[in-house]
Design a protein around this ligand. Structure first.
Ligand code: PFF
Length: 458
């Protein structure tokens, strides 16, 4: 099977595809709104620490497992630990892909709608008026069919990319879209910094306000570090399975983490400088992108152009992530069930689109399937994946390397493509143990809070 397995065309193509997976709605929407509400620079410091301690070690582990086995998660765990229950970590990954893409596709649809509205000047009337913008946004997402039409469109684009394969689809589009994201974001950041008063946004984002950093914000930063680097569901195992033995995996992982972090920071700069310059509320939380920004752009000269640019870059970030999620499911059906790429992509893309439509309906679209643990189905899917499925998957991956596969086998594969470099096994073991222990503690804290109504910390 591995002989005719698809491969990335080049190292750069792989790095752009993997960082395309990492850079998404999480960087441009979630990170700035979380940082804005939770102590600015203080949150950013914790977020960086989490990414470099927990995130980096698990990205490398996923790449190594993927390249060693040349298989997507279920097959990979089965190959390295045949006849054991470890393959369930792979199944957990495939299930997480279903869960995440169902709601991710809905947000992808909202972004498409916002591109069209920005471009057609539909936001002009919102200048400086967040109430009207809020009513408009809520009216849209709570209507029955309108958001679903855009979600279906977004999912069709995602299917269209994946169907063309690893090199001709994922890599090709990542090579086009990733540089465009960086350029557009760079232009918006410069524009924001040169607006009168914009620089104040920088101190809001980067000055640590430790008094606003609660314990639960620390937990939030940790959970987000998994989501933002696409960890814990085998995406990086799947992408790693298309790499050849000549590549230096440590170097590639550092690039992915660097690009993911740099783009999140750049998004923060672009957004907060603009928001500050125009006197809007920076601690708006999730409404920052879909409610505050349209009102802010509309006040600027050439506002329609700036806001179209912003939503196009957000769309590209969302699409390069969504394709990586669908690829996990597609690769499972190709590797384990022998399906053709076309059949797997279309059938499961369609199933996920239908589940996603129910996410959208749950926001108020008339079909009452709303309450799951006291939250709409859409929020439940986000909660389930970000708070539990991804951290559990990531933690089990680290434990798998430590306890089942073994550090020496792991290092033997990691060393391919790295020349004579040697890693002290004890250090690698310690880092993976710390990563797994931190995640285990957060999970325990979450479950404790669910059961006893109060977290140990947070
Ligand atoms: N990393 C993506 C983001 O920050 O938006 C989301 C994501 C993509 C999560 C792929 C998980 C995944 F496997």
């Amino acid at each position: 099977m591995s002989q005719n397995r698809e491969q990335w065309g080049s190292k750069l193509g792989f790095i752009l595809a993997a960082s395309g997976s990492a850079v998404g709605i999480g960087n441009i929407w979630k990170y700035p709104s979380m940082a804005g509400q939770n102590g600015g620079g203080a949150f950013t410091l914790v977020y960086l620490a989490c990414i470099f301690v927990v995130g980096l070690s698990i990205v490398i582990a996923e790449f190594v497992i993927g390249r060693k086995t040349q298989l997507s998660p279920v097959g990979a765990f089965e190959k390295l630990a045949p006849g054991t229950n470890w393959k369930w970590v792979g199944y957990l990954g495939v299930s997480s892909a279903f869960v995440i893409l169902s709601f991710y596709g809905v947000v992808g649809g909202w972004i498409l709608k916002y591109i069209i509205d920005s471009f057609s000047g539909g936001f002009d009337a919102l200048a400086g008026n967040p109430e009207v913008a809020g009513t408009m946004f809520n009216g849209f997402i709570t209507s029955a069919w309108n958001p679903v039409i855009y979600q279906v469109l977004f999912m069709m684009l995602c299917i269209g990319v994946i169907i063309n394969g690893v090199k001709g689809g994922i890599e090709k589009w990542s090579r086009i879209m990733m540089p465009m994201i960086i350029v557009l974001l760079g232009v918006l950041a410069i524009r924001g910094m040169t607006l009168p008063g914009g620089i104040e946004g920088l101190s809001f984002l980067f000055n640590p306000r430790f008094e606003d950093l609660t314990a639960s914000a620390i937990v939030l930063a940790l959970g987000h570090s998994f989501f933002t680097v696409s960890l814990g569901m085998g995406t990086m195992i799947t992408y790693g399975s298309y790499i050849d033995k000549k590549q230096n995996l440590l170097n590639s992982a550092l690039w992915v983490i660097f690009l993911d972090t740099a783009i999140a920071m750049l998004a923060g700069v672009a957004i907060f400088t603009t928001v500050f310059a125009l006197g809007a509320n920076p601690a708006e939380g999730p409404g920052l992108i879909f409610i505050v920004l349209p009102t802010v752009f509309a006040q600027m000269a050439g506002g329609a152009i700036w806001s179209t640019m912003f939503f196009i870059l957000l769309f590209m970030a969302a699409l390069t992530s969504a394709i990586s999620i669908l690829e996990v499911v597609t690769a499972y059906f190709i590797d384990q069930k022998g399906w053709s790429r076309k059949k797997a992509t279309i059938q499961f893309g369609a199933v996920i689109t239908v589940v996603g439509a129910f996410c959208s309906f749950s926001l108020g679209g008339g079909i009452n399937i709303t309450e799951f643990l006291g939250m709409p189905f859409m929020d439940f899917m986000d909660y389930l994946s970000s708070k539990y499925m991804l951290p559990i998957g990531g933690m089990l991956t680290a434990i798998f390397v430590l306890k089942k596969w073994g550090i020496s086998n792991y290092l033997a594969e990691l060393k391919n493509g790295m020349g004579e470099k040697n890693f002290p096994p004890q250090l690698v073991k310690a880092i993976l143990t710390i990563a797994a222990a931190i995640v285990a503690f957060i999970l325990f804290n979450e479950v404790y809070a669910e059961i006893f109504g109060k977290a140990l910390i947070g």
